[in-house]
Ligand binder design. Structure first.
Ligand code: FAD
Length: 289
């Protein structure tokens, strides 16, 4: 009813954003722009475009961000620093500044196997410092957060301290790695608040469409798929409709819990598909009428 949707409006004044990866071809780019237009219903505050570690997608990320920007969309490139020089990063920042980009998702990235020279930056906090020192407050800087801890972190406290270091270096807000344990997020927020950090930390939301792919991906990035979910998803086997239906229920419930507890927004890992994100957002009452 009306009062319920009013209530939803009031309870969820949050900001959504969505993430894409840069397509390989011109055809792929046109498809992405269609997907992006479908996601207009979400009124995303910004749309981010990932960056291949070591700069492997430098050109494609730039082209995608520029294409979105040309449509008046607030597009935010991801930028990783591993393997880069200060001069190389400065050049990329200048290219984006000229294009009118005002937001960057600043990351360390993963050292590609075989890479000898890690370059001028060891950690993301050094990239943040460099961007602030060279471009002042021009860019709004987003950073990565890991409620279930970064896979390489030796101790939880160090990971949390390192997160706080990125904020001290000048980050404005954070996006989390995706997770399915809401309690991990709540604990993370308590821990960083105890460290005096008060920037918004927006949960990264990964819709579930393909279990095999999700399981592989989650192992690599340190996200736990809780046992009850894993068992159920395994039991569905090749039944993709059942996986999709279950995934929508579980992820919508997760988002509801996060928003009800005060999460400042939702960042959707769209995998360049609008369907799952729109369905979740619709169930949450987040879509424009
Ligand atoms: P950091 O914050 O530097 O942390 C990396 C590790 O080093 C952590 O274990 C941390 O505890 C430790 N550490 C940090 N600072 C210090 C310090 N000063 N001293 C000692 N230890 C320290 N990867 C891509 O390649 N391209 C992308 O587009 C991309 N987008 C992402 C978007 C989001 C929202 C997230 C969550 C991740 C993304 N990643 C991307 C993955 C990311 O690059 C990897 O997780 C990478 O391993 C860490 O990057 P970071 O910026 O979190 O690193």
């Amino acid at each position: 009813g009306d009062s319920e949707s009013m209530d939803t409006q009031r309870r969820y004044p949050q900001v959504c954003s969505c993430e894409f990866f840069p397509p390989h071809s011109e055809d792929g780019l046109q498809k992405l722009l269609v997907t992006s237009a479908e996601l207009d219903a979400l009124r995303p505050a910004f749309r981010s475009v990932t960056y291949g570690a070591g700069g492997s997608t430098r050109e494609r990320t730039f082209v995608t961000v520029t294409a979105l920007g040309g449509l008046g969309i607030d597009a935010a490139p991801h930028l990783t620093c591993v393997g880069s020089t200060r001069a190389g990063i400065a050049e990329i920042l200048e290219e984006y500044r000229v294009q009118g980009v005002r937001r960057i998702v600043a990351l360390r990235g993963d050292v590609p196997s075989g890479m000898r020279d890690i370059g001028d930056f060891r950690y993301a906090n050094e990239l943040i410092e460099f961007i602030r020192a060279s471009t002042g407050e021009h860019f709004h800087l987003e950073i990565a957060a890991y409620p279930e801890y970064h896979p390489q972190s030796s101790r939880p406290e160090r990971d949390l301290d390192n997160f706080a270091r990125k904020v001290q270096a000048g980050a404005n807000s954070a996006i989390t790695q995706y997770f399915y344990n809401a309690d991990a997020y709540f604990h993370f927020i308590d821990e960083i608040e105890a460290r005096g950090v008060d920037i918004p930390v927006v949960p990264g939301i990964m819709p579930i469409t393909n279990f095999t792919q999700l399981a592989r991906f989650s192992d690599a990035c340190g996200t736990e798929i809780p046992r009850w979910m894993r068992r159920q998803l395994e039991a569905y086997g090749e039944d993709r409709d059942a996986i999709r239906a279950f995934g929508l229920d579980v992820v919508t419930a997760l988002c509801e819990r996060l928003l009800a507890a005060g999460a400042p927004g939702l960042h959707f890992y769209t995998m360049n598909q609008s369907g799952p994100t729109l369905e979740i957002a619709s169930r949450l009452g987040l879509l424009q009428a």
